[in-house]
Design a protein around this ligand. Structure first.
Ligand code: BGC
Length: 781
C-alpha cells in the first residue's frame, strides 16, 4: 500500500495503536482517516464523546436486540442477518465504522458470566449464526469484528488465565465456529482474546492469528486486540496482531522501533499491520461520513420478532399455553414489572424504546412476591400467594438479577436466587395453572419444574422482549425457539463442574471434546432439557428419509392445528466402536415455516467435514455413519446410514476416560490426552512480572495491598457504579485482576508508576525509585 510505504517507521508503528478508547489515529499526510469502533454485539454501545469511559452504561440510545443466548435459539441465520444489518445501520448513523461483535466463543460451562453474549455450546450452530450476523453488518458498509479469538470461555482471571487444551479439542470445538464465521461471514476484523492458549498470549500467537486465521481460513482483514490484551508488541507484529486497543498509550512502541532497527523484527510485519489498519480506516471512511438515519420503529419491530421467534417453550403440560385472555390472570415476580432483558458489561445498551409488561397489559395485576435483587420478603410472598389462590392462572416472571450475571465475573452456582424458587413453589402449590417465564442468560437449575404447568424461556430478550412474551403467552405468536445449549438437571452433572474457574487461575479443558450435549449423551446423563429442545402450539411429523450420495432429504408435516415453524436438525453418529468420539454431532439444520396441514421436503448436502476428526489435519475415518433427523437432540425420528471410505483411524487409542467417560476426568488422564504436563502457575514475591495482577501480588506486597484497598473504595466514585452492582464488580475485577501490562495500556500516561510498583512488590525499593526517576519528564535536558 503506497500510503504506508511513504510513512516513517515510527508513524507506521503509531498507527497500530489507537488514539483513544474508540478511535485509531488519522495520518493526514498519508491520507489515512480515523476508524471509529463501538461495542456490539446485540446493539450499538456508542459512547458519547464527552463520556466518562468508566461509566460503561452511559452510551447513546440504540435498539437493544435480544442477546445471543436468546437469538441463537431462533436457529435462523436469515433473521440474524437482518439483525446484523439493522445494527450496522445504527452504527453507520453514528459514524461508527467497526462494530465489535459478534462473539463466537463456545459455552464450555453454564457459569461463564459472559455466556449470554455467546450463541451456543455447539460450534456448527455458533458458526452459522455468527457468519449470518457478520454478513448483515458488513452489508451496510460497517465492518464486523468477530470476537474473542480464541478459547475465552470464562471470566475468572480472564486477562491472564491460560486455556490449556489438546489440538483436537481446539480444532473440533473451539475453533470450528470461528472458522465458519470467518469463511462464510468474511468479517473485516477479528478481535484476539485476553487469555493465553497453551501458554501463549492470543495477541502473540502466530499460530492463531496468521497460520490458522489467515493462511488456513483465508482471513484478509485486521486483527485488533481485546481492550488491554496486548502482551508483547514485537511478537504481536510477528504474529499478525495489527491494532493495539484501547489507544492513548505508546505501549512498547519504542521497543518495536528499536527491534526493527537492530534487525530482530522484520519491518515488513509492521508495514503489513499498518496497511491492514489503514485499509479498514479507508474503507470505513464513507460510511462514517455519511451518517445515514435509520428506521427506529422497524428495528424495534425486528427486535420483537427475533425475541418471539427465539423464545423456547420448554414445557406445556395439558396445553396450559396459550392462555385465554378471559382468564382472571395474575403476574407475579419483580421481573413482571422490570423484565430483565440484557446482561451487564461492555455489551450493555441504553434501549431506544423499552416496553415493560405493565404498559402492554395494564389490566393484569402484578405482585412482586420477593425483592428485585432476588431476596425474600415474607409479606410480599404471602400477598402473592393469597392473590394466586384466587387467580384463574398465574404467570411468574423469574430469572437471574443483574448483579449475578455479567461480563467480568462468573456465576457462583447454577441456582436461581432462593426466594425465586420458594416463590414459584408456593404459587404452584396454591394455583395449578402456574406458568413460569424465565429471564436469564444461561441455564439455571429448575427444582420446581415438575410442579408448574408451563415454562417459557425468554432469555435476555432485548427492549421488545415483554411484547414478544405477551404475544407468545396469549397465542398471537406460536413459539418456535429451540435451545442452543443443554440444560442440566443440576450443576454437578456438568463435566467441568469440579474444576471450572473459581478454583484455578488456568482453564484446563480436561473434558476434551465432551462439551454440552456431546458430554451428557456420551456419559448417559439425563438432562432437564436437551440441546435443540423446544415445543410448539402445533405438532410436526417427520417421514420419508432418503439418502442419495451426499444428499439427505426428509419430509416434515405440520400435523397440528396451527401454523408454525420447526427447526429440522441433522446429527451424525460415528461408526460403532469409534472410541473417543461424541455419540451425536449436529451437522446441518434448517428452520421451516409450515401452515397447518402443510408438508415440505427439507434437503441437506453433507460434505467430508461432517464426518471428520482432527488428527494433524482433518481426516475422515472409514466406516458406517448414522444420520439422524428430528426436532431436538433427544427427539430424533428418522435414522439412516451412510458409508464413508476414508482413512483408518483408531479412536480407541486415547486414554480410557475419553473412550468411556464417566465422572470427572482426572488431571492425569488430561495430561495423557495433552501429551505433556499441565502445571498450574503460581506467582510469588521476587519473580512477579508485568503479567501479574494487583490481586495476585496483594498478599505479600504492601504497596499492591494499599492500592487495591484504595481502588476498592474509590472505584464506585470514579465509575459512578453502585458497590455490588454488576458494573462495579466488573470494573473492580478489570482493575484488580488485570495484569500490570494491561493497566499500562489503560493508564497510558502514568505507566512508570506501574514499573515502580512491580519493583517494589518484588522487594526492590531502589530499583523502584530509579524507574520513577527515569521517566522522561523527570530527566533534565
Ligand atoms: C471486552 C470486549 C469489548 C471491549 C471494548 C472488552 O473488555 O472483552 O468484548 O469489545 O472491552 O469495550
Amino acid at each position: 500500500m503506497d500510503q504506508i510505504k511513504s510513512m516513517s517507521l515510527e508513524d507506521q508503528i503509531a498507527l497500530c495503536s489507537g488514539a483513544d478508547n474508540w478511535h485509531t489515529k488519522a495520518i493526514p499526510n498519508a491520507g489515512i482517516p480515523i476508524l471509529c469502533m463501538s461495542d456490539g454485539p446485540h446493539g450499538l454501545r456508542k459512547m458519547p464523546d464527552s463520556a466518562n469511559e468508566m461509566n460503561i452504561n452511559g452510551s447513546l440510545p440504540a435498539t437493544c436486540f435480544p442477546t445471543a443466548v436468546l437469538s441463537a435459539c431462533s436457529w435462523d441465520p436469515n433473521l440474524l442477518e437482518e439483525v446484523g444489518r439493522a445494527i450496522g445501520e445504527e452504527a453507520a448513523s453514528h459514524g461508527v465504522g467497526l462494530l465489535l461483535g459478534p462473539g463466537a466463543n463456545i459455552k464450555r460451562n453454564p457459569l461463564c458470566g459472559r455466556n449470554f453474549e455467546y450463541f451456543s455450546e455447539d460450534p456448527m450452530l455458533t458458526g452459522k449464526l455468527a457468519a449470518a450476523m457478520i454478513r448483515g453488518v458488513e452489508s451496510t458498509g460497517v465492518g464486523a469484528c468477530l470476537k474473542h479469538f480464541a478459547c475465552n470461555s470464562q471470566e475468572y482471571k480472564r486477562f491472564n488465565s491460560d486455556s490449556v487444551l489438546d489440538e483436537r479439542t481446539l480444532r473440533e470445538i473451539y475453533l470450528s465456529g470461528f472458522e465458519t464465521a470467518v469463511k462464510e461471514g468474511k468479517p473485516s476484523a477479528v478481535m484476539c482474546a485476553y487469555n493465553k492458549v497453551n501458554g501463549e498470549h492470543c495477541s502473540d500467537s502466530k499460530k492463531l492469528l496468521t497460520d490458522i486465521l489467515r493462511e488456513e481460513w483465508g482471513f484478509d482483514g485486521m486483527v485488533v486486540t481485546d481492550w488491554g490484551a496486548m502482551n508483547d508488541r514485537i511478537r504481536a507484529f510477528e504474529a499478525g496482531c495489527d491494532l493495539n486497543m484501547p489507544g492513548g498509550s505508546s505501549y512498547q512502541e519504542r521497543e518495536a522501533a528499536a527491534a526493527v532497527r537492530n534487525g530482530t523484527l522484520d519491518p515488513a510485519c509492521v508495514t503489513s499491520s499498518a496497511a491492514r489498519v489503514a485499509r479498514l480506516a479507508l474503507r470505513a471512511q464513507a460510511v462514517q461520513k455519511e451518517r445515514k438515519a435509520f428506521d427506529a420503529a422497524a428495528h424495534h419491530a425486528l427486535a420483537k420478532r427475533l425475541a418471539a421467534e427465539s423464545a423456547v417453550l420448554m414445557k406445556n403440560k395439558d396445553r396450559i399455553l396459550p392462555l385465554s385472555e378471559d382468564l382472571d390472570l395474575l403476574f407475579v415476580g419483580p421481573m413482571a414489572s422490570q423484565l430483565r432483558y440484557q446482561g451487564g458489561g461492555s455489551s450493555h445498551i441504553n434501549p431506544l424504546r423499552l416496553r415493560q409488561l405493565s404498559e402492554i397489559c395494564p389490566d393484569i395485576p402484578v405482585l412482586p412476591g420477593c425483592l428485585p435483587d432476588g431476596s425474600g420478603d415474607k409479606k410480599l410472598l404471602q400477598a402473592a400467594e393469597k392473590a394466586a389462590k384466587k387467580a384463574g392462572a398465574v404467570v411468574v416472571f423469574a430469572g437471574l438479577p443483574d448483579s449475578i450475571e455479567s461480563e467480568g465475573f462468573d456465576r457462583d452456582n447454577m441456582e436461581l436466587p432462593s426466594a425465586y424458587n420458594e416463590l414459584i413453589e408456593r404459587i404452584a402449590a396454591v394455583n395449578p395453572r402456574t406458568v413460569v417465564v424465565l429471564c436469564c442468560g444461561s441455564p439455571v437449575e429448575l427444582p420446581w419444574a415438575e410442579q408448574v404447568k408451563g415454562i417459557l424461556y425468554l432469555g435476555l430478550s432485548g427492549e421488545a422482549g415483554a411484547e414478544a412474551a405477551v404475544d407468545l403467552l396469549f397465542g398471537k405468536e406460536n413459539p418456535c425457539g429451540k435451545l442452543a445449549e443443554s440444560w442440566p438437571l443440576r450443576y454437578r452433572d456438568c463435566v467441568s463442574s469440579d474444576y471450572f474457574a473459581g478454583q484455578h487461575k488456568d482453564a484446563h479443558y480436561r473434558e476434551g471434546v465432551y462439551v454440552g450435549y456431546r458430554w451428557y449423551q456420551k456419559a448417559g446423563i439425563p438432562l432437564r432439557y436437551a440441546f435443540g429442545h423446544g415445543l410448539s402450539y402445533t405438532s410436526f411429523a417427520y417421514s420419508d428419509l432418503e439418502i442419495h450420495g451426499d444428499t439427505v432429504s426428509c419430509r416434515v408435516k405440520n400435523s397440528g392445528k396451527r401454523d408454525g415453524a420447526e427447526t429440522v436438525q441433522l446429527y451424525i453418529s460415528p461408526p460403532e466402536g469409534s472410541g473417543y468420539r461424541p455419540i451425536l454431532e449436529l451437522k446441518r439444520f434448517e428452520k421451516v415455516f409450515l401452515k397447518h396441514g402443510e408438508t415440505k421436503t427439507v434437503r441437506f448436502k453433507l460434505d467430508d467435514r461432517c464426518f471428520a476428526v482432527w488428527q494433524d489435519g482433518w481426516l475422515v475415518p472409514t466406516g458406517d455413519y448414522g444420520v439422524h433427523i428430528g426436532g431436538a437432540s433427544d427427539q430424533l425420528f428418522l435414522h439412516g446410514c451412510v458409508h464413508h471410505d476414508g482413512v483408518s483411524w483408531d479412536g480407541t487409542a486415547y486414554p480410557d476416560w475419553y473412550c468411556n467417560p464417566s465422572g470427572s476426568p482426572s488431571h492425569i488422564a488430561f495430561e495423557h490426552l495433552l501429551g505433556r504436563p499441565a502445571a498450574e502457575r503460581r506467582a510469588r514475591k521476587g519473580i512477579y512480572t508485568m503479567e501479574n495482577t494487583l490481586d495476585e501480588m496483594r498478599e505479600d506486597s504492601l504497596p499492591a495491598r494499599l492500592i487495591s484497598k484504595a481502588l476498592e473504595k474509590g472505584l464506585s466514585k470514579l465509575s459512578g457504579a453502585e458497590p455490588g452492582s454488576p458494573e462495579y464488580r466488573m470494573t473492580l475485577s478489570s482493575t484488580l485482576d488485570a495484569p500490570l501490562r494491561t493497566l499500562k495500556i489503560f493508564m497510558a500516561k502514568d505507566s512508570a508508576a506501574l514499573d515502580a510498583l512491580l519493583e517494589l512488590s518484588n522487594g526492590h525499593a531502589i530499583r523502584a525509585l530509579r524507574k520513577l526517576l527515569d521517566q522522561p519528564q523527570n530527566k533534565k535536558g
